[in-house]
Design a protein around this ligand. Structure first.
Ligand code: COA
Length: 260
């Protein structure tokens, strides 16, 4: 599978998607968003893929935002289309992925780039990473879910400050706010993401998919997350993975999950 704006490879259960416009700091133009949609959809369907890692090409940027030059002359209707596409084709696709998605944030992670990272289940940042939602400095607001996902991750007060000042936070500050899970030197970034992915791959992929659904239900309007948890929990009992996991525990051996 080839893409104009991405590198994509699956090795030993891990699909790495690398946004590849380094001369534009990996800014998300239309074609890149659609490439990401195709790559993520393909990984979600690929039985050889168990975990997805998204990162940026080069050592300077993860993604420096939506492509400002592309949208600078948009009408209101075109802007709505842009936001709709960012939500459904990209961020919702990631958040509701059947497989875990890890953002490996290797530098500037701004605007739509931070919104993309926040849609991922886990964020790992290199120590040089800088994060911001600077849209108000352009006379607009975040449009790929940033006003919703940032307060979920860091609380409303911090989200107001980040969005209203547009100020950048460095990796350590992002860690202290809960915006990223880990900070590591840039050389070790992909390695750490791999080791997190490998721990996940030792577990039941069916149970992980169920956990993603239940955790996401926490922030869905009109959805009772406790009910979703009960449904997902009970359905696990009808899987071969559950039989294998409990049997392995009882017989003091390592589980070998068929759903993997
Ligand atoms: N959209 C389109 N192009 C972008 C971009 C974006 N969001 N971010 C960076 N680029 C392009 C620059 O235009 C430049 O391209 P050029 O060489 O053709 O002029 C190239 O990437 C390198 O960026 P440059 O600004 O020269 O790098 P820098 O090191 O001086 O500054 C940033 C880095 C991240 C501080 C700066 O690029 C920036 O502020 N980018 C926009 C961030 C933003 O507001 N994002 C939110 C968008 S909603």
């Amino acid at each position: 599978m080839t893409f104009d704006n991405l590198l994509y490879q699956t090795v030993q259960g891990i699909s790495i998607i690398t946004i590849n416009r380094p001369d534009k700091l990996n800014a998300l133009n239309y074609d890149t968003v659609m490439d990401l949609n195709r790559a993520i959809s393909a990984a979600q369907k690929d039985p050889d893929c168990k975990v997805i890692i998204i990162t940026g090409s080069g050592d300077k940027a993860f993604v420096a935002g939506a492509d400002i030059k592309e949208f600078s002359n948009f009408t209101v209707a075109q802007a709505r289309g842009l936001a709709q596409r960012g939500h459904t084709e990209l961020c919702d696709l990631i958040e509701h992925s059947n497989k875990p998605v890890i953002a490996a944030i290797n530098g500037f992670c701004l605007g739509g780039g931070l919104e993309l990272a926040m849609a991922c289940h886990i964020r790992v940042a290199s120590s040089n990473a800088k994060m911001a939602l600077p849209e108000v400095s352009l006379g607009v607001i975040p449009g790929y879910g940033g006003t919703q996902r940032l307060p979920q991750l860091v609380g409303k007060g911090r989200a107001f400050e980040m969005i209203m000042t547009g100020g950048m936070v460095d990796a350590q500050k992002a860690l202290s706010m809960g915006l990223v899970n880990h900070v590591v030197e840039q050389e070790g970034l992909i390695l750490l993401c791999h080791s997190i992915a490998e721990k996940m791959m030792g577990n039941s992929s069916l149970a992980i998919t169920a956990a993603i659904k239940a955790i996401n239900a926490n922030s869905q309007d009109g959805v009772n997350g406790y009910q979703v948890e009960m449904d997902e929990f009970s359905q696990c009992f009808d899987t071969e993975d559950f039989k294998e996991g409990t049997n392995a525990f009882i017989n003091k051996r390592r589980a070998n999950f068929p759903g993997r």
